[in-house]
Design a protein around this ligand. Structure first.
Ligand code: ADP
Ligand code: ZN
Length: 622
């Protein structure tokens, strides 16, 4: 097959892109570069698509699969995602199926039969399954519309989510040279992008890069004091009753935090690789299907979770990199409504991550890259400027406005002061005590506390003893952390986190290097952000119009949706998205024609649910 007939078919066919967009997906127009991508792939072109979570990647391969002859093969690493996508497509009347390890032999044979009979528009396959000789043979006999490689960053060894089985996907180009390949990811640093293009043989293919901004997500990074208490306050004050994800580094901490939230009356479930597979699956399903549940998880959770109404993502430990932070926080607010990315971080996080890198078995090159990535994230956590700018800047995107108005630093700009003298005091203290001690002891010496340890080492005899009484312990911790973040101090993982001077510390001690420190009265900041998040323009504008205007109708629609979802055994958003429910509540359609105009109502949904939805609208007028 050459590109030419595909082009003819695309333009001549009555099933052109826009009419399928409307009839199948119930959408009235494309977003951003979707249309260009759809046209390119439908015409047989390869490409790489970089779009943030919630940007609308799925359409970029689903539509061309419907427009081209044959079946679109979607490679996806996560079973939950495949299942939900297939459920959603089936709801919309598309012939979609999945081929993975959860199927019985008979079920798999039936899917294979449908593929060969030309009965499928879309087939989701796990990569390890796809690369088996049996599956490759099967595909060789079928007519294939395209290959979509979702979560394509999994092919990158430098990336945060490397999956060895993805490497084998380079075989697709050789084996099926005429079938277009579209690789998609929401991770887009330059290195990863280059690696995807190389490994999937897309070097000559165009890249479609969307803005990575998620304007509805509010970024906030706070000083870690007692993280669990801070988290509870954050949820109680700002996200009571909301669905959210809390990330922790270790399994033990996941269990602790989940228990602690539950005790405090916040419904929470743990999720980590140490739990029984059936428990894990149950917790994930409950999180997807129930309203207002918090899941406390290691990073094992989340990839491929399509839940659109996650209102907050909280980090109690520092992720490994900005890519990981962006990806994890990006699971909030896929539906475009106001959401929060909140992180508590402290010095111990930096020390811990550094230790994990140092002790890993990776090559020196790998460790160097990892340290660089960690440093970039720490710099984001310490910046006094707009966090969104910093985040987008990391992905190579520049913005003209200086302040986004929707991150903690923009909402309550931190004070910056000359910290040269404080830095000198601290660095001298590190030097005088022999570069053998951790944060706690150093601070004891600075504030002049006569602890057993201080006495044991005669540190009360040093000139630096008690020279830092102008700050309290918490303030010194913040100074210390910032000096580590600036690279003047380094936590030595061989010596139990002892802090050592780096080469650049000399410049500070000599007074040649300027040191600016941020300071922040935490209480005032919290009040300001909380206040603004209640009244904020963005929050008000994006709040569901239906929910506000017609609460009774809104509630009735949601109750109906829950019931349908329960009966059909699918997540509620597979039946109708929140935004569609909002649209119906706001527009109060009287007729099927009016209903058809609401985003998310395609032909099939109209046929299945139209009459019932109109009845609910009529029954709740007022
Ligand atoms: P991604 O895979 O990039 O995270 P999805 O493909 O799941 O994003 O799309 C996110 C949401 O945006 C979905 O609810 C989808 O229905 C909606 N969406 C996608 N394209 C459009 C469009 N052109 N118009 C309106 N909504 C869209
Ligand atoms: Zn900002």
């Amino acid at each position: 097959m050459t590109a030419q007939p595909a082009l003819d078919r695309a333009s001549d066919s009555p099933r052109d892109a826009r009419s399928v967009l409307s009839s199948v997906f119930g959408l009235s127009g494309f977003r951003g570069s979707q249309e260009k991508i759809v046209r390119h792939v439908t015409n047989g072109g390869n490409c790489l698509v970089l779009m943030p979570t919630g940007g609308g990647k799925s359409l970029c391969y689903q539509l061309p699969s419907l427009l081209r002859d044959g079946c679109g093969i979607v490679v996806s690493p996560l079973i939950a995602l495949m299942r939900d996508q297939v459920a959603g497509l089936t709801e919309a009347g598309v012939n979609a199926a999945v081929l993975n390890s959860t199927l019985s032999y008979q079920e798999a044979s039936e899917v294979e039969r449908r593929l060969l009979a030309g009965d499928l528009d879309l087939l989701y396959v796990a990569p390890e399954r796809l690369l088996t000789p049996r599956c490759l043979n099967l595909l060789g006999q079928a007519q294939i519309a395209l290959f979509a490689i979702d979560e394509a960053h999994c092919v990158s060894q430098w990336g945060h989510d490397f999956r060895p089985e993805y490497i084998g996907l380079s075989a697709l180009a050789e084996r099926f040279p005429k079938v277009p390949r579209i690789a998609l990811t929401a991770t887009a640093d330059a290195l990863t992008r280059k690696e995807i293009a190389e490994r999937l043989q897309l070097a000559d293919a165009p890249e479609f890069v969307a803005s990575f901004d998620r304007p509805n997500i509010r970024y906030e990074i706070v000083d870690k004091q007692n993280a669990t208490t801070q988290l509870k306050n954050f949820i109680r004050e700002r996200h009571a009753g909301d669905a959210g994800v809390v990330y922790c580094l270790s399994r033990a901490k996941v269990e602790d935090v989940a228990a602690s939230l539950s005790e405090a009356g916040i419904p929470a479930l743990p999720y980590h690789a140490g739990l029984d597979a059936s428990v894990r699956a149950r917790h994930q399903d409950r999180f997807l299907n129930e309203d207002g549940l918090v899941i406390v998880a290691t990073v094992a959770f989340g990839m491929g979770i399509d839940k659109p109404d996650v209102r907050f993502v909280a980090h109690l430990d520092l992720p490994k990199s900005i890519e990981a932070y962006y990806q994890e926080t990006g699971r909030a607010g896929r539906d475009g409504k106001p959401s929060a990315a909140w992180m508590a971080y402290g010095l111990s996080d930096i020390v811990q991550q550094r230790r994990m890198i140092d002790e890993s078995t990776g090559s020196d090159a790998f460790k160097r890259v990892s340290v660089g990535k960690l440093d970039a994230l720490v710099a984001l956590a310490e910046t006094v400027h707009c966090r969104r700018q910093r985040l987008l800047g990391y992905f190579g995107e520049t913005r003209s406005d200086e302040s986004c108005g929707n991150c903690d630093n923009c909402l309550t700009p931190p004070r910056v002061r000359d910290g040269k003298v404080l830095a000198q005091k601290l660095l001298s203290c590190v030097y005088r005590t022999g570069q053998r001690f951790g944060a706690m002891h150093l601070i004891d010496v600075l504030v002049g506390r006569l602890t057993e340890r201080v006495k044991q080492f005669n540190h009360d005899q040093l000139s630096v003893f008690g020279i830092g009484r102008e700050l309290n312990e918490k303030q010194w911790r913040a100074v210390l952390r910032q000096l580590v973040a600036m690279g003047h101090l380094r936590a030595d993982s061989d010596a139990f986190g002892a802090l050592k001077l780096t080469d650049s510390a000399r410049g500070v001690l000599k007074g040649d290097t300027a040191v600016m420190l941020r300071e922040q009265p935490e209480g005032a900041r919290n009040r300001a952000i909380r206040g603004k998040s209640r009244r904020g323009d963005l929050a008000a504008a994006a709040d569901s119009p239906g929910g506000a205007a017609n609460p009774t109708l809104h509630a009735a629609l949601r109750a109906w949706r829950s019931e349908v979802a329960r009966q059909r055994g699918v997540p509620a958003y597979v039946v109708l998205h929140d935004s569609t429910i909002d649209g119906i509540a706001a527009m109060r359609p009287d007729t099927l024609d009016e209903l058809r105009n609401i985003a998310g109502i395609g032909d099939k949904k109209l046929e299945h649910y139209g009459a019932e939805l109109i009845r609910i609208v009529k029954a709740n007028d007022g």
